[in-house]
Design a protein. Structure first.
Lengths: 245, 456
């Protein structure tokens, strides 16, 4: 099984530690991982802003970079969702279809494809899980509070198997954090308010570390936490699953 | 003003935003509880969505069937292609019957057509009788929510408003007292009215009858006390058979307010003896929306308002920030179809979180339609030069690895070494309330080159 590691553009540039944790974690799990060095971005920032047509070059480059792999795995539900959902703007060649079908968010890949939940991690903290909307409602990583389906959560399965980790229950289990890509800038007031409210929910629930499978949400909340000096730490789920504190 | 500008103003009063958010979240949670009690809720949504899709595919036939059956029952049926025609028809009926005072209940369509000012300009008194509607009418405002029209007002604000208009005593916002006073005031209006206008929740092709769902009973009170009852409906309100009501009535109130069913589900099938019943069937842009394949299912909407209650943006920006008759997520996919330029900011008033699509009882893929409208807005409505240029350049940089490297490196260099006042200037909207990520010495590419033999 050859796996292509997809590191979203902003993680590559701003959060190398998340990319490193993802790579190390996959290596620990004996996955044959490759990192295509000419990758850039999935094109989501353009599509969500209404410039889908201008993203075709980025999407095509993505396909070229990843078409040879059995699976494409990345630590960001939102980007993977974009590949699966919105690469319909490209001509649906065999390569495009293959890439769309085989793109997986990291947690889903570990649980569904590798069939593992206990990764031997230790993390003795009270953790709050932020379920990113694109992972939850887009990729179906878990059940949503709006639907009447039975409860399940891919990330919770993984976190519950981490030694010492206490997963805290939130008042609003899957409300959006307000990042939303360029929404965070063009609707700044609402974006900030949504982020503050999410953070408060974690604080009220006794959380020490906020985690999630989508670092863009976490980047937004971390920005607010650091500005307001809130007593919370933010870590990507790959960092927790890769830790042995 | 764009949605974001209005939302920013609404957010100046954070305590009020918190109150508004909690009030609507409470309704959303009531909806969850109610839906959990229905076995097969998701199946029911599938069924409702399927029935609506069938209706839209055969709308012409169902409408004619409905008209024929309604006429057989002695109802007069009128067709209006737009708001102007709708208003003119209603005015003509009222004039023919020498009507001076009208009571109205449960009609977002008449709001959409701006019927009240049209009739008032022609010397006819129109009283909205549903409490929330009456409150916004007295305040000379528009509804901020389609089911809870005055949800933006606190009880204390209603207290002040009633003192001014109904002569009530100051009561510290006592809801019981204020409701009773409103009831007395409205009772008088009901007794003096010459005609009643209502909306339509469901029009049944098979029987030619209509169903109006209310909690306060004002549609019944209005229609039964007067000689002339006019019901106004959009063309999409049709359902094929009476048995389909079993699907929609189970979904509607649970989705809207978490009630198992509205207090009244009133069936109007024919006029009582010596009385008149009219139905005005309105297009007003719906056929055009029907012709847009991507947006057709927006006409499934049964106006429950669940998408508003769940929307994290709606809850924190208030209905008036949308500047449209139907606010919130559903309004943001309907309104651009009517006036793309005026409503061009609405498809962007969303994080595309998808919660709206999940609560929708008729399964409209609202967040996907918001995404689709965005693609159209950027092509057909003039965009700010800076925004457009930045995104176009981004598109080029992301499709070229070398440019991506240069852009990434120079941005990180700038953010790492530029002084704080430069990084956090007015141009940095992100940085108004948020810190930027701490810039590390290496990006992942740099780390990988050193630590791993590049095998990609």
């Amino acid at each position: 099984m050859k796996v292509g590691l997809f590191i979203p553009c902003y993680i590559n540039q701003l959060y190398p530690q998340v990319a490193i944790a993802t790579l190390e974690l996959l290596e620990k799990l004996n996955v044959d991982v490759y990192y295509p060095s000419t990758q850039t971005c999935c094109g989501q920032p353009l599509g969500n802003s209404g410039y889908e047509d201008d993203s075709k070059g980025a999407c095509q480059l993505f396909v070229e970079n990843f078409k040879e792999y059995d699976y494409i795995v990345g630590p960001s539900g939102s980007c993977i969702y974009h590949v699966k959902k919105h690469f319909d703007i490209l001509e649906q060649t065999e390569d495009v279809i293959k890439v769309r079908n085989n793109a997986y968010e990291l947690c889903e890949f570990i649980v569904k494809i590798l069939g593992k939940t206990d990764l031997g991690a230790k993390f003795p903290y009270k953790v709050g899980l932020h379920k990113s909307c694109h992972g939850l409602r887009g990729l179906n990583l878990g059940s949503c509070s709006e639907k009447m389906d039975e409860h399940f959560s891919t990330e919770e399965e993984l976190l519950n198997a981490v030694e010492g980790l206490e997963l805290m229950s939130l008042n609003r289990k899957d409300e959006c954090c307000g990042f939303g890509g360029t929404f965070s800038v063009f609707e700044e007031a609402i974006s900030v308010k949504m982020g503050k409210d999410r953070i408060q929910d974690h604080l009220d629930s006794g959380v020490e570390v906020i985690t999630g499978a989508d670092h863009s949400c976490l980047m937004h909340m971390e920005g607010l936490i650091n500005r307001d000096n809130k007593p919370l730490k933010v870590m990507h789920i790959a960092e927790i699953l890769n830790s042995s504190i | 003003m764009s949605h974001s500008e209005k939302a920013e103003i609404f957010n100046k009063n954070e305590a009020k935003v918190n109150w508004h958010d909690k009030a609507l979240w409470f309704v959303r949670e009531k909806r969850d509880t109610a839906a959990h009690k229905v076995k097969g809720w998701e199946e029911l949504r599938n069924l409702a969505s399927g029935i609506k899709a069938n209706v839209l595919s055969n709308l012409d036939e169902y409408l004619i069937e409905f008209e024929e059956n309604a006429q057989k029952n002695g109802i007069k049926v009128h067709w209006a292609s737009d708001a102007e025609e709708h208003n003119t028809i209603i005015h003509k009926i009222l004039e023919d019957n020498k009507v001076e005072k009208v009571v109205k209940s449960k009609s977002m369509l008449t709001e959409e057509c701006h019927l009240n000012p049209f009739l008032e300009d022609r010397g006819i008194e129109v009283i909205d009788t549903d409490l929330g509607e009456r409150i916004v009418q007295l305040a000379k405002e528009t509804p901020s929510h389609i089911v809870l029209p005055a949800i933006h007002k606190t009880k204390e604000e209603v207290d002040t408003l009633f003192q001014e208009h109904l002569g009530t005593k100051p009561s510290n916002g006592n809801p019981e007292y204020l409701t009773n006073e409103a009831r007395k005031h409205l009772r008088d209006k009901f007794l003096k009215a010459d005609a009643a206008i209502t909306g339509v929740n469901f029009a049944i092709a098979e029987t030619g009858g209509i169903v109006v769902c209310t909690n306060e009973g004002n549609a019944d009170m209005g229609a039964h006390l007067v000689k002339t009852h006019i019901a106004c409906m959009g063309i999409e309100k049709i359902i094929p058979n009476e048995e389909h009501l079993g699907v929609f009535l189970r979904l509607l109130a649970r989705s809207a307010t978490g009630q198992p069913i509205t207090t009244y589900s009133s069936h109007f099938n024919k006029p009582a003896e010596g009385k008149e019943m009219h139905i005005v069937i309105v297009d007003n842009g719906r056929t055009e929306q029907l012709s847009r394949k991507e947006f057709r299912s927006s006409l499934h909407c049964i106006r429950c308002g669940a998408c508003m209650n769940t929307c994290p943006i709606y809850r924190r920006s208030g209905g008036h920030s949308y500047d449209a008759t139907i606010p919130g997520p559903i309004g943001s996919i309907l309104s651009p179809g009517k006036d793309l330029t005026k409503h061009s900011s609405l498809p962007f008033a969303s994080t595309l979180c998808g919660s709206c699509s999940n609560v929708c009882p008729v399964k409209i893929n609202i967040h996907e339609q918001l995404y689709a409208w965005r693609q159209i807005v950027t092509k057909e409505v003039k965009q700010p030069v800076v925004k457009k240029t930045i995104l176009k350049i981004t598109g080029v940089a992301l499709s070229n690895r070398l440019l991506f490297n240069i852009a990434g490196k120079s941005a990180r260099f700038m953010l790492k070494y530029a002084p704080r006042f430069m990084v956090y200037s007015k141009l940095n909207v992100w940085g108004k309330a948020r810190e930027l990520p701490e810039i590390k010495n290496q990006n992942f590419d740099d780390w990988y080159k050193v630590k791993r033999k590049n095998n990609g």
